[in-house]
Design a protein around this ligand. Structure first.
Ligand SMILES: Nc1ncnc2c1ncn2[C@@H]1O[C@H](COP(=O)(O)OP(=O)(O)OP(=O)(O)O)[C@@H](O)[C@H]1O
Length: 767
C-alpha cells in the first residue's frame, strides 16, 4: 500500500497543508505588519484546495486575528515551517468523546482565535506521553494535577519541506522506524536534535527533576551530549522564573563547543553560557598565567619510558585532584581568615575610634558571607563613617576640655601675668590637638588599611605551595606523608616559578579567588550542565558547586572513557556522597551511534580494563559491516590503502571521516606521509580547530573524545595500545567514534588489543 492509499492520507495531508498555511500567514503578518490582513489571508488561501474536512479551518483562518510575534518566536516558527511536527498521538480523555489529536513539534503553535493547540511543543507535559507512554491507560502531570486517559494512537511523520512523504503508526511491537532511519544517516560535522526519536531512558534524563542534581553514567554513544542539550532546552521551556543566562554548559574544549553550537538554537535555546573549565578559570580570576596543555601529562603517561616519572605524575595528580587536598585548601583559607585582622585598634592620634575586637567581629561574623577583601572594603566604609561621626565629637571634647581648663585658670589664677601665659599655652595646646586630630583623620583610614595588603589568588596559592610545613600543618590526620607533600611542593613550585600551572592547580586557585577576592564573573548561575564529566576531579566538582553557589548540576559522563582518570573521577558514588548528596544517579545502557558489529569489537576491548561501576554498552539493533583489518606492509601501500578506503566509503555515501592515531606525534607522522605522497586532503585537528567543511580529519585518540564520524580509520604505525587501563580507554574512545564503518590499520590485530580476528574482516590488499 502506498501512503496515498492509506485511509487517513487525505486528512493528514490536509492537516499539514493547513498547518503550513497557518504558519505562513503568521510569518507574513509579522513580515509586513499593517496593511490589509484579510486580503492577504484570502490571497494566501486562494491557492489551497482544501477538502471538505478542512472547511472549518478556512473559516478559522479567515477570522483569525494575528498576535504580534516576538523576534524569537518568529525565528522558531520560520525554522520549523518545512517540518512543523513529527508525531501525533490520540489521547482519549473521556470515553464519551472523540480522542484529542495532538500533533507534536519543535515549537508550539496555537490558533490565535480559539487558543486551540495546532502544534504542541515536545517539551510540554502532555508530550511526555508520546515519549513514555505505551498505548493504553496513561497519565501525565501538568500544573500539579494528574490527568488520566487512554493513548489510542502514536503516529510518526516523515515530512520534508512541507511535503508529507510518509507516516507510520507505532506500538509496543513495531520497532522504531524513525529511529533506525535517523541512525542510518550520515554524520554532519555538527550534532543534530533528536526530538522526534528520543527514547524512553533518554526522556527520563531529559525530564528528570530539575530541582535535584543528576549524575548520568552513559555508555559511549548513548546520547549524553545530545541529551544534555535537550535537557537545557526542556529546562528553559518549563521553568517559569528562569532566564537562559542563569544556565552554564561546561564542555571539554572549544572544539566541542563549536561542535554543539548549532543544535542549541535549533532547540530554541539561546544565550546560555557555554564555556570550558579552563576559560571559566581565566574569566573568573582574570589571571594571566600559562596553562600546561591538557594532554601533556597524558602524553607523558603514554609515551614515557621512565616509570618513576609516570608514577610521580599519577601520584601528584591524584593528590591535587582529591578532596583531601581540598580540605587542606579550606584549612589554609580558614587560617587566612582567622589571622587577617590585626589586634590594632583604629585610632586617630591617641583616640580609639573603633576597637580591634569590633573590627574582628565585623570581619568574622557580620560580613562572613563575603570574600575576605570585600569584607575589608565594607569595614573600611564603616571606619570612614565612624571616623566622620567621632571626629566631631573628639574635636568638641577637646574644645570643651580645654575651655573648662581655661575657665578654671581664669577663676583661680591670681597673678595676671601667669594667668595670661597659662591661658595662652592652653589655647595653643587646644589648637594643636585639634589640628593633630584633623590632620590624622585625613590619613587615618589609609594608614590603618595599609596593613592589609592585597594579594592575588595566585600569590596566595604560591605561599601555601612553597611551604611544605604549611602543607603538613593543614593536612588533616596526616593523610599524606611529609615526603609526598615535599614532592608536591617542589613540583608545583617548579611550574609556578615559570609562571605556569597545570589543570590541577586551577580548582584551588579558583577557590582562593572566590573566598578571598571574589570571582570576576558576575553571572548568576542557577544550573550547571557538565558533559564529559568523567574528566572532572572531585576537587573540581567541589569548587564549582562552592563558587557558583548552587548544587543544581546535571553531570554526564562515561567512566569507560575516563582517559584522565589519574586525575578525574573514577567513582560516581563518591561524587554523590561527598559533593551532591541529593543527586540521583542514572544509567544509560543503549548505544545509538554505532553498529552492532563495531560495538561488539569495542566491547571486546573495554572488558580488558578494570572500571568498577560501568556496564557494557548495548547497541541499538542496527547492523553494518564487520570492522576491517588492513594488514600494514610498507608506507607506500599504506598510503594507497588509506586513499582507497576513504574513496570506497565516499562511494558508499559516507561523508565525514577521521583517521585516529594513538598520539599527537603519531598523527603528525600520518599527516606528513599523506602530504608528501598523496592527494588526499586532510586536516590535523587541534584543540581549538573548527570542524566545519572538513571531510577527512586526522585526530589523536584523546581529542576524538565526544566527536563522531561516518567512517573511522585507526592507524598504528609501529606503535600499539598497551594493556593498561588508560590505553584501553583511549582505544575504546577511538573505536566508538564511527557511525557506520571502522577500519584498523596495523601489522597485527594485537596492536589493538584484539586477541582474535573473529570480529574482523581481514584485508590483505585492497587492489
Ligand atoms: N534517540 C536518538 N535518536 C536518534 N539519534 C540518536 C538518539 N540518541 C542518540 N542519537 C545519536 O547517537 C549519536 C551519539 O550521541 P552523543 O554524541 O550525544 O552520545 P554520547 O553519549 O555523548 O557519546 P560519547 O560519550 O561516545 O561521546 C549522535 O549521532 C546522536 O545524534
Amino acid at each position: 500500500m502506498t501512503i496515498k492509499q492509506h485511509p487517513d492520507y487525505l486528512e493528514e495531508n490536509d492537516r499539514l497543508l493547513f498547518t503550513t498555511a497557518y504558519i505562513d500567514l503568521i510569518l507574513q503578518s509579522r513580515e509586513n505588519q499593517g496593511g490589509d490582513m484579510k486580503e492577504r489571508m484570502q490571497n494566501a488561501m486562494a491557492d489551497l484546495d482544501f477538502s471538505e474536512s478542512s472547511a472549518g479551518y478556512q473559516d478559522m483562518l479567515l477570522n483569525a486575528t494575528f498576535m504580534h510575534l516576538n523576534e524569537q518566536q518568529y525565528r522558531h516558527l520560520k525554522a520549523v515551517r518545512g517540518k512543523p511536527y513529527f508525531a501525533r498521538m490520540d489521547f482519549l480523555r473521556d470515553r464519551d468523546q472523540n480522542p484529542e489529536k495532538i500533533y507534536i513539534g519543535k515549537t508550539s503553535l496555537y490558533d490565535r482565535e480559539t487558543q486551540d493547540q495546532i502544534i504542541v511543543d515536545w517539551r510540554s507535559p502532555i508530550a511526555n506521553l508520546y515519549y513514555e507512554g505505551r498505548l493504553g491507560e496513561v497519565s501525565y502531570e501538568a500544573e500539579e494535577k494528574m490527568h488520566h486517559g487512554e493513548l489510542v494512537l502514536k503516529r510518526q511523520y516523515m515530512i520534508e519541506e512541507g511535503h508529507l512523504n510518509d507516516f507510520r503508526d507505532i506500538d509496543i511491537t513495531t520497532k522504531d522506524d524513525l529511529l533506525q532511519e535517523s541512525l542510518s544517516q550520515s554524520a554532519s560535522s555538527r550534532l543534530t536534535d533528536i526530538v522526534a526519536t528520543i527514547q524512553e531512558e533518554q526522556n527520563q534524563v531529559i525530564r528528570a527533576d530539575m530541582r535535584r542534581p543528576l549524575i548520568v553514567q552513559g555508555v559511549a554513544g548513548s546520547g549524553k551530549t545530545t541529551i544534555a542539550l535537550h535537557r537545557v532546552s526542556f529546562y528553559i521551556y518549563s521553568a517559569t522564573s528562569f532566564i537562559p543566562e542563569n544556565l552554564m554548559i561546561l564542555a571539554p574544549n572549544r572544539l566541542f563547543i563549536e561542535y554543539i553550537s548549532e543544535v542549541l538554537p535549533e532547540l530554541g535555546v539561546e544565550s546560555v553560557w557555554q564555556t570550558t573549565f579552563i576559560d571559566f578559570f581565566y574569566d573568573s580570576t582574570g589571571l594571566k598565567i600559562k596553562l600546561i596543555p591538557l594532554h601533556h601529562d597524558l602524553k607523558t603517561l603514554i609515551e614515557a619510558q621512565d616509570s618513576n616519572e609516570t608514577q610521580t605524575i599519577r601520584l601528584l595528580s591524584k593528590i591535587k585532584s582529591s578532596l583531601s587536598f581540598k580540605d587542606m585548601l579550606i584549612g589554609y583559607l580558614k587560617d587566612i581568615e582567622t589571622h587577617m585582622i590585626s589586634e590594632e585598634h583604629f585610632r586617630v592620634g591617641r583616640f580609639i575610634i573603633y576597637k580591634a575586637s569590633k573590627i574582628k567581629r565585623l570581619f568574622q561574623v557580620e560580613y562572613a558571607y563575603l570574600p575576605f577583601y570585600q569584607r575589608l572594603e565594607k569595614i573600611k566604609r564603616i571606619l570612614r563613617e565612624q571616623l566622620k561621626a567621632k571626629k566631631k565629637l573628639i574635636v568638641r571634647d577637646i574644645q570643651k576640655r580645654y575651655d573648662d581648663r581655661i575657665e578654671q585658670v581664669r577663676f583661680h589664677s591670681k597673678d595676671p601675668q601667669k594667668r595670661h601665659e597659662r591661658i595662652l599655652k592652653l589655647m595653643d595646646k587646644q589648637e594643636a590637638l585639634i589640628k593633630e586630630v584633623e590632620h590624622d583623620a585625613k590619613t587615618a583610614i589609609k594608614t590603618y588599611m595599609a596593613q592589609y595588603k592585597k594579594q592575588n589568588a595566585l600569590s596566595l596559592y604560591k605561599e601555601l605551595m612553597a611551604d611544605p610545613d604549611k602543607l603538613v600543618s593543614f593536612c588533616q590526620d596526616n593523610q599524606i606523608d611529609r615526603q609526598t607533600l615535599e614532592l608536591l611542593s617542589k613540583e608545583t613550585m617548579r611550574n609556578l616559578k615559570k609562571r605556569r600551572v597545570t589543570i590541577e592547580d586551577l580548582a584551588p586557585i579558583i577557590l582562593i579567588q572566590h573566598d578571598v577576592l571574589g570571582l570576576k564573573t558576575k553571572q548568576e548561575i542557577k544550573h550547571v550542565v557538565i558533559d564529559e564529566a568523567q574528566d572532572y576531579s572531585p576537587f573540581q566538582f567541589y569548587t564549582l558547586r562552592h563558587v557558583l553557589g548552587t548544587s543544581l548540576f546535571t553531570i554526564l559522563g562515561d567512566l569507560s572513557q575516563g582517559i584522565f582518570s589519574f586525575r578525574g573521577t573514577t567513582n560516581w558514588e563518591e561524587i554523590q556522597k561527598e559533593i551532591f548528596p541529593k543527586a540521583n544517579i542514572r544509567l544509560l545502557k543503549q548505544s545509538y551511534r554505532t553498529t552492532v558489529e563495531i560495538m561488539t569489537l569495542a566491547n571486546e576491548v573495554i572488558r580488558l580494563a578494570n572500571i568498577p561501576g560501568t556496564i557494557k554498552a548495548v547497541p541499538v539493533v542496527r547492523h553494518g559491516l564487520k570492522p576491517y583489518f588492513h594488514k600494514l606492509k610498507d608506507q607506500q601501500s599504506l598510503i594507497k590503502d588509506l586513499e582507497k578506503t576513504v574513496d570506497n566509503m565516499r562511494n558508499e555515501g559516507l561523508k565525514t571521516f577521521a583517521m585516529i592515531g594513538k598520539t599527537e606525534q603519531a598523527c603528525g607522522h600520518i599527516k606528513q606521509l599523506l602530504d608528501e605522497a598523496s592527494n588526499l586532503q586532510t586536516t590535523l585537528l587541534k584543540e581549538d580547530e573548527d570542524l566545519r567543511e572538513k571531510d577527512v580529519v586526522i585526530v589523536p585518540s584523546a581529542l576524538a573524545k565526544g566527536l563522531e564520524f561516518d567512517g573511522v580509520i585507526l592507524i598504528n604505525m609501529g606503535e600499539s595500545y598497551k594493556k593498561e587501563d588508560i590505553e584501553i580507554k583511549l582505544l575504546y574512545v577511538a573505536m566508538t567514534r564511527p557511525l557506520h564503518q571502522l577500519h584498523l590499520f596495523s601489522e597485527d590485530p594485537s596492536s589493538f588489543l584484539l586477541e582474535s580476528d573473529a570480529s574482523l574482516q581481514m584485508i590483505e590488499n585492497l587492489n
